[in-house]
Design a protein around this ligand. Structure first.
Ligand SMILES: Cc1ncc(COP(=O)(O)O)c(C=O)c1O
Length: 410
């Protein structure tokens, strides 16, 4: 459908679905996926995306990834369940994270999925499981922790300089039905400058594992931490340079291509993007409910909150769409949320036209938004996919019963 929003469309959606809602653009998500894949495959064709579910796990998106040949990157049994219920085959699931339900992890391993271990304790659990099931072939990976010069000492995975990393490798090598399928890492800072060291650090670890242990992992996974498209206003506020997917690919995938040349058993390079795919594919629409002035300062209260978009400390990209009521001009108006938090401000010092009944449309809120919305003061709003011909409801509004089923009232 036409992605430009009009007052009549939003009025119609608001009558049908409620006064505030998310608009997901699954077509944009798919475009981001294809562009990222093309950027990396240009240098190194053995490349695959494993989508980071935690960023935005609406089934429509995770099913899109599956359809396009991507894998699932999950970090909990809840996310594992989302993948399985979305029809993702276990062999296309990577389970990361520091805490995993042992029984569920065993189930995934038996079904051909990949578990990246975070600690020796976790490896010990898997070792026992492998010994108890000698007929099962289990493939695991190791989360690697190394310095990429980003100033962070990460708490995740194995310090590759520590003797425990070697102990883990020896353990895997000793057990005949346990196989090292992957080396994985993730670094939160999204600056492409760190990607050269991400890739070269990983390649050094790979070479060491091959030469010292004779094991050849088939997957080298560099994790997420890739910026997606964002409007100029947001980039300026975040202090981020203009960045393209090639800025990452030309650092990581190019190094892989140079390192492995025409070697036929070269590993597949994986990345685990979240924000890069989902960030710009969702908008949040909130209706303006009241406008008032306090000691000369105008405020417009909306049926929406910072909690809906998980963005604070910036003026997020925003558009005002008239709902049809005659607007007035305001200067220095704060567009604020329905919560009782003073700082729940969606837009500071707005200067322009506005009326009650207008729609505040916040862009770039596809990542870490609905997945992080707490049941604070109000249940969350519905999600409509505008990627097709007509808007389609893909998550209904949350209701009182959805949130309070777990409490005992008596
Ligand atoms: C292991 C792992 N992979 C991927 C991601 C996705 O990161 P991003 O949204 O920056 O791409 C995260 C985010 O925390 C992560 O922890």
């Amino acid at each position: 459908m036409q992605k430009g929003l009009t007052g009549s469309l939003l009025n119609a959606l608001s009558i049908r679905y409620g006064e505030s809602f998310y608009l997901l653009d699954s077509e944009r998500f798919e475009q981001n996926y294809r562009e990222l894949e093309t950027a990396f495959r240009r240098y190194y064709p053995k490349f695959r995306i494993a989508y980071s579910y935690k960023t935005n796990y609406v089934p429509r998106l995770v099913q899109t990834v599956d359809r396009l040949g991507g894998w699932a990157e999950v970090v909990s049994d809840m996310e594992l369940e989302i993948a399985l219920r979305s029809g993702v085959e276990p062999r296309h699931i990577i389970w990361n994270g520091p805490v995993k339900d042992a029984k569920k992890a065993e189930g995934l391993l038996l079904a051909g999925g990949l578990i990246n271990v975070d600690s020796l304790a976790e490896l010990e659990t898997i070792r026992s499981f492998a010994l108890e099931n000698p007929d099962a072939q289990l493939g695991i990976g190791i989360r690697c922790n190394y310095d990429v010069g980003d100033g962070v000492i990460s708490r995740f995975g194995f310090d590759v300089q520590d003797e425990k990393f070697d102990r883990a490798l020896r353990t895997i090598k000793e057990i005949p039905n346990l196989h090292l399928r992957a080396l994985q890492a993730h670094f939160a800072k999204r600056d492409p400058r760190f990607w050269t060291e991400r890739a070269s650090g990983m390649l050094r670890i790979y070479d060491r594992v091959v030469s010292d242990y004779g094991m050849r992992p088939e997957i080298l996974d560099l994790g997420g931490g890739i910026f997606g498209r964002m409007p100029e206003s947001l980039r300026a506020q975040l202090g981020v340079d203009t960045i393209s997917f090639d800025d990452y690919a030309s650092r990581a995938a190019k190094l892989f291509a140079e390192h492995f040349g025409t070697q036929t058993d070269s590993p597949t390079l994986f990345v685990e993007p979240g924000t890069a795919l989902a960030g710009d594919c969702m908008r949040f629409v909130a209706k303006v409910k009241t406008i008032k002035t306090v000691r000369g300062k105008p405020f417009a209260t909306t049926l929406g909150s910072q909690k809906n978009i998980s963005m604070s400390g910036v003026n997020p990209p925003m558009e005002i769409i008239s709902g049809g009521v005659e607007q007035k001009h305001y200067d220095g108006l704060d567009i604020v949320g329905f919560t009782c938090i003073e700082g729940d401000i969606l837009q500071k010092n707005y200067c322009g036209e506005l009326a009650v009944g207008d729609y505040v449309v916040i862009g770039n809120c596809g990542s870490y938004s609905i997945v992080m919305k707490p049941p604070f003061i109000l249940p969350n709003f519905p999600v409509l996919d505008i990627g097709g011909k007509e808007p389609e409801l893909i998550k209904r509004e949350e209701r009182f019963e959805d949130l309070f089923e777990t409490y005992f009232f008596s």
